[in-house]
Design a protein around this ligand. Structure first.
Ligand code: ARG
Length: 497
């Protein structure tokens, strides 16, 4: 019995969905994520309908009051329904009688669900951006702590050139900055209101689409009503951004797994696991799970693209199975981002082992060749001198040996005599060669923009800080806008109930 005492004789008639496919058709359980969003969308729509004179004050007040009661009772108390939108409407009608049915004037579930998904996803996008920002802050902080910690750098997983832990970590900060940028980009196109599109073909009612957009904190409308009801590219874009972020994280995770395997870094106990049989083990399981979350994200992206590909205009029920993939992906990757940040923040770098390893495999070879080239020897010839010394020191070009020890000055001199036909000191001082063979000096010499030398890293650190501040502001501005809109909508509701 409705509160106003009238019998409810017009309820949603489930003419076609009472059969064995009922559960298959229903998205009610998955829609729990959209419960709050649907209430907000309902409220904004009803406020607008009243302002436009489409629904009178009494009916608007009754519906808005019922929506508060529905919210209070929670998603779990909703009556059965095909989806959260239908169930909330039924719950409103149960409370206030037939006039509750006016809530669905001048709209369709098609524009309604699209509005709900966008409304909810923008919050998730900001949470993902925030997690990314926190990870960047951690990377920057640990990088500055280890600006001078020399470590081996690899290409093809072979010792390549010495670098620093700071330079290595900032490389991931840079990548995450672009990932954050993509999330903010996706936010811009997600935060548009499709409301008022109705089923896809607009409505004869004098709706104010800009007003509902404003009430819900959207930055504008998706204008074409057929596009508004159909468009899900914001899901593709969001999930692609999330997949790119997960791909960055998977690289970081893989690097940490590898470095931990060689004893160069140790994860804190909070981010490691033991073995059930091997008592000595400390495994980097969290990083492996972070690495795997890229699979969730790309699976979600694939599912979305496959569901959306070839869908005709305008609304098709396939769409019901689309957005959960975006939500699942963003959940998995946001969590992975936070875990990766926590692991980096608490990891222990073994500076001594890293320094010792930095020179292994003749990783300073390029620096010696660079030095010769700086003294006038053509780089290719300098490369050959050093390559000959490397081969003699146990390296190979025939694939049988991939690593060698660093040759000493005498060995390099012998190679110079062979390749150049003259001793090495015709071109370079012995002291300079010996400095070039030292990993720390090698790092310090590479001070070009973006390089690992302390000066270059210092400059980079300043720009990282600026970028972080700018992104904090981007995040806060958007959060504030949403909060203000929610507050104002609540005021509009309170003025009526
Ligand atoms: N639950 C649907 C979805 O998530 C929205 C309802 C639109 N249904 C319809 N038959 N037009 O997409």
């Amino acid at each position: 019995m409705p509160e106003d005492g009238r019998e409810t004789d017009v309820v949603r008639r489930d003419r076609f969905s009472g059969g064995p496919a009922r559960g298959f058709l229903s998205s009610l359980a998955a829609d729990e994520r959209l419960f709050e969003a649907d209430l907000a969308v309902d409220r904004a729509h009803v406020v607008m309908l009243e302002e436009q004179g489409i629904v009178d004050e009494g009916d608007a007040a009754a519906i808005l009051g019922a929506l508060d009661a529905v919210e209070e009772a929670g998603h779990g108390a909703l009556p059965d329904g095909e989806d959260v939108h239908a169930a909330i409407e039924t719950a409103v009608i149960e409370r206030v009688g037939d006039r509750g049915g006016r809530m669905h004037t001048a709209r369709s579930r098609n524009d309604e669900v699209a509005a709900c998904i966008r409304y909810r996803l923008r919050e998730d996008l900001l949470a993902a951006a925030e997690a990314t920002l926190e990870a960047r802050e951690v990377l920057a902080a640990v990088a500055s702590e280890h600006a001078g910690t020399v470590m081996p750098g690899y290409t093809h997983l072979q010792p390549a050139q010495p670098t620093t832990v700071g330079h290595f970590l900032l490389s991931y900060e840079s990548a995450l900055a672009r990932d954050a940028d993509r999330l903010f980009d996706a936010y811009g196109r997600t935060n548009r209101s499709p409301l008022g599109a109705a089923a896809f073909a607009g409505t004869p009612f004098d709706v104010d689409r800009e007003r509902t957009a404003e009430l819900l904190g959207f930055d504008g409308v998706v204008e074409n009503s057929m596009d508004a009801a159909s468009a899900r590219d914001f899901l593709v874009e969001t999930t692609a951004a999330v997949a790119a972020l997960a791909t960055t994280l998977s690289g970081l995770a893989e690097d940490l797994v590898g470095l931990a395997s060689r004893g160069y870094v140790e994860l804190s106990d909070d981010y490691a696991s033991t073995s059930s049989i091997m008592p000595q083990k400390k495994n980097p399981d969290t990083m492996e799970l972070v690495r795997a979350s890229a699979g969730d994200a790309s699976a979600g992206l694939n599912a979305l693209l496959t569901i959306l590909k070839g869908l005709p205009r305008a609304y098709n029920r396939d769409l019901q199975r689309a957005h959960p993939h975006a939500f699942d992906a963003i959940d998995a990757v946001t969590e992975a981002t936070t875990v990766a940040a926590g692991a980096v923040a608490t990891a222990d770098w073994d500076a001594e082992a890293l320094a010792a390893a930095a020179g292994e495999g003749f990783a300073t070879a390029t620096g010696v060749a660079d030095l010769l080239a700086m003294r006038g020897v053509p780089f290719r010839t300098a490369h050959e001198v050093v390559a000959v010394a490397a081969e003699r020191a146990g390296g190979g070009t025939d694939g049988t040996a991939t690593r060698c020890d660093s040759p000493d000055y005498e060995a390099l001199d012998a190679a110079a005599r062979e390749v150049l036909g003259e001793p090495l000191d015709v071109h370079v001082d012995r002291a300079d060669v010996e400095a070039a063979l030292d990993p720390e000096a090698s790092v310090a010499s590479r001070d070009s923009l973006g390089g690992p030398a302390p000066d270059a890293l210092d400059g980079a650190m300043g720009r990282v800080e600026e970028g972080l501040e700018a992104d904090e502001e981007r995040l806060q501005t958007r959060r504030d806008a949403l909060e203000t809109a929610a507050y104002r909508l609540r005021e509009e509701v309170d003025r009526r109930v």
